[in-house]
Design a protein around this ligand. Structure first.
Ligand code: FMN
Length: 217
């Protein structure tokens, strides 16, 4: 593969939110997850877990939980003020109900050596408290799993599958974790509906590199 092939793969991927009814094979999804686990990750802890959901009824139960939480939020006076934007958001919160498959991604909780030291010291030393806050801002636990999700989306795209990385459903994190039997010590951080795309790949744009990059010489 030369750079232009890789560029085509990267630029050809779009978030897909409509899928054909066609089933997705378990083997394809497991292969995509296997490749995703080659992502760089903090301390090579590989602190991820992937729940492969091929049962439409389970996807439906998750969609119900997400829709219920969206409806609840929409009923709050703080939300009512948002008008049409809120109604659109509410109406599309559980669009993934139609997906033939989904991958829910969880991150294991862990404390690095540095975290353990800082947690013990932060109460008595403001410098330690600041260091801990900086480390939390650059949360390596979530960054590691996010790296794997990026790989996962590219592999799924290469397989001809369409997916969308979703954090929206996390408003029903507790309910989804119960449905999937996520054990204590793990947190669901993303939900990725997958299937064969049933939408045109629309052109996309990104801010130019001169705007998003700064050369430090
Ligand atoms: C962390 C993260 C959370 C996202 N959450 C949602 C979501 O809840 N619902 C959704 O429809 N898309 C979600 N997306 C998809 C983005 O909207 C999408 O990646 C972005 O608009 C760029 O479009 P593209 O993926 O087609 O290039 C999320 C993406 C990321 C990386």
């Amino acid at each position: 593969m030369d750079l232009s092939d890789l560029e085509q793969l990267i630029k050809g991927r779009r978030s897909i939110r409509r899928w054909q009814a066609k089933e997705v094979s378990e083997d394809l999804l497991l292969k995509a997850i296997e490749l995703a686990t080659w992502a760089p990750n903090g301390g090579n802890r590989q602190n991820w877990h992937f729940y492969v959901i091929l049962n439409r009824e389970t996807i439906g139960r998750i969609a119900d939980a997400v829709q219920t939480s969206a409806d609840l939020m929409a009923s709050w006076p703080e939300a009512v003020e948002m008008g049409d934007t809120l109604r659109r958001w509410q109406a599309t919160s559980s669009f993934f109900r139609a997906a033939p498959a989904a991958i829910a991604v969880a991150a294991a909780q862990y404390q690095s050596l540095a975290d353990q030291i800082l947690i013990r010291r932060e109460a008595v030393d403001p410098r330690a408290a600041q260091m801990r806050q900086w480390r939390q801002t650059a949360n390596s636990r979530i960054q590691s799993v996010a790296a794997a999700i990026s790989y996962l989306l590219l592999v799924l795209h290469q397989m001809g599958l369409g997916a969308v990385w979703m954090t929206g459903p996390m408003q029903a994190k507790g309910e989804i974790e119960k449905i999937l039997n996520v054990p204590p010590g793990m947190d669901l951080i993303a939900f990725i509906p997958v299937g064969y795309p049933d939408e045109e790949i629309r052109p996309a744009n990104r801010r130019p590199v001169t705007e998003v990059g700064t050369l430090i010489m």
